[in-house]
Ligand binder design. Structure first.
Ligand SMILES: C[S@@+](CC[C@H](N)C(=O)[O-])C[C@H]1O[C@@H](n2cnc3c(N)ncnc32)[C@H](O)[C@@H]1O
Length: 404
């Protein structure tokens, strides 16, 4: 997690063709399990857990409680087996908060067939009173229209392409640049595709004559905001290191350009598989980063559950049965880590507010543990007389002070 500059807080094409598309399609529904694969479970759980708290919070100060949601690479809305895609999921979120917030949803989809199913889903949602718009074509074409419609309201943009997405310039200058820091909140969650990094990076060392190579490298330069990623790739010992370095470099550069902090979540189909993509979240506000951390932790629980292999007769133990025990072991480990972090902060500062030190409080368990684990750690320290803080109340606002 990268925290935004204090000043900001105070103001409070390439298509990767068949192969990548196929990888992503199997990411959605697996015929073997008859359900979404874990990578898509994590992606959708993040959206599901984040958009409602985000809109509830930022819509408080927005005219008419209106919050704009943009899904720039929307897909068909639902998959053929009925599994909800990001648009169908967002309609559930919009319905859940309809009594007190208006989530005004814009969906952009390039592919004609996908657009057709998307627009039927949007029509159904509108009949139920949800404000929704389906736009056919490239996100680059419709972006300015959506940004105009979002003027004066908070904006959350979800950008989930198969391969490379919008350019660095479009992200930093068109999306963030069109919105005043200190004005209505702007947040982006984007899929930064590890497959694209591996495959395009591979072109740098390939000795083969590959048609379109310069254009492909240029597309990656445009997505990353320069050719800095090429040296990172060449300096890395292997592909996983290259993917990490380039994703981190991208998040840092975007953050610096727009005055935002960021979260980067690794998305895999199984713990022992390589990263399929990273979901990178940008927010100019500490509250957004805190809330996203909560959502990331909750989404990881769903991901771990989705990774449980189906029971088979020759298995000695059913992994489903031991899941809760394993979760408890994780919980104990996280609380122990957080306790040590809190004690270190107490030694350094004597007294501090939890929400001002999110990264340090959660060091080592970022994206895994959440508020309730911080509270548990504070309560343990209180019981042992190591802090006067009881751990009761809004965790972020708690002041942790050493014993009197
Ligand atoms: C990964 S899928 C989206 C999945 C969807 N977000 C979900 O979670 O259910 C990417 C979609 O973006 C569409 N697409 C590709 N390039 C696009 C572009 N430039 N503008 C808009 N849509 C695009 C593809 O047709 C595809 O349906």
């Amino acid at each position: 997690m990268e925290e935004p500059d204090e000043a900001v807080i105070d103001n409070a094409v390439l298509d990767l063709s068949g192969e990548a598309a196929e990888e992503h399609a199997t990411d959605v529904a697996s015929p073997f399990f008859g359900r979404k694969k874990p990578a898509a479970v994590l992606k959708h759980a993040l959206l599901d857990k984040y958009v409602v708290p985000f809109a509830s919070k930022v819509g408080k100060y927005a005219p008419d409680g209106r919050v704009v949601y943009l899904d720039g690479y929307a897909g068909p809305g639902r998959y053929e087996d009925g599994t909800p895609g990001s648009p169908a999921l967002i309609f559930e979120s919009a319905a859940a908060i309809a009594g007190f917030r208006k989530l005004d949803c814009y969906f952009i989809e390039k592919n004609r067939k996908n657009y057709q199913s998307l627009s039927s889903l949007v029509a159904e949602a509108r009949e139920q009173g949800i404000s929704a718009h389906a736009l056919q074509g490239r996100v680059e074409k419709h972006l300015d229209h959506v940004l105009e419609a979002a003027e004066g309201s908070p904006l959350f943009a979800f950008l989930d392409p198969f391969g490379l997405g919008i350019t660095f310039e479009a992200l930093t200058q068109r999306i963030f640049g069109s919105r005043r820091p200190g004005g209505q909140p702007t947040e982006v969650l984007l899929n930064f595709n590890a497959n694209a990094v591996r495959r395009i990076g591979g072109l740098l060392t390939s000795t083969k004559e590959i048609p379109g190579k310069p254009a492909t490298l240029k597309a990656m330069d445009d997505a990353c905001g320069g050719d800095w990623w090429q040296q990172e790739f060449l300096d890395s010992a292997n592909n996983p290191e290259a993917v990490d370095r380039i994703t981190d470099g991208f998040a840092k550069r975007v953050g610096q350009a727009v005055g935002a902090g960021s979260w980067t979540v690794d998305v895999r189909n199984r713990a022992d598989l390589q990263v399929a993509y990273h979901l990178v979240h940008f927010s100019r506000h500490k509250d957004g980063l805190w809330l996203f951390g909560e959502a990331a932790s909750l989404a990881q629980v769903e991901w771990r559950r989705a990774c449980i292999p189906p029971a088979s007769p020759d298995m000695l133990f059913n992994a489903e049965d031991t899941f809760e025990e394993e979760e408890e072991t994780r919980r104990l480990g996280w609380v122990k880590t957080i306790r040590a972090n809190l004690e270190a902060l107490l030694r350094t500062h004597g007294s501090f507010i939890v929400g001002d030190h999110q990264g340090e409080v959660l060091a080592g368990v970022l994206g895994e543990a959440r508020e309730k684990h911080v509270r548990a750690a504070i309560k343990e320290l209180h019981k042992e007389g190591k802090t006067t803080c009881t751990g009761v109340g809004d965790v972020r606002k708690l002041r942790v002070t050493g014993p009197r």
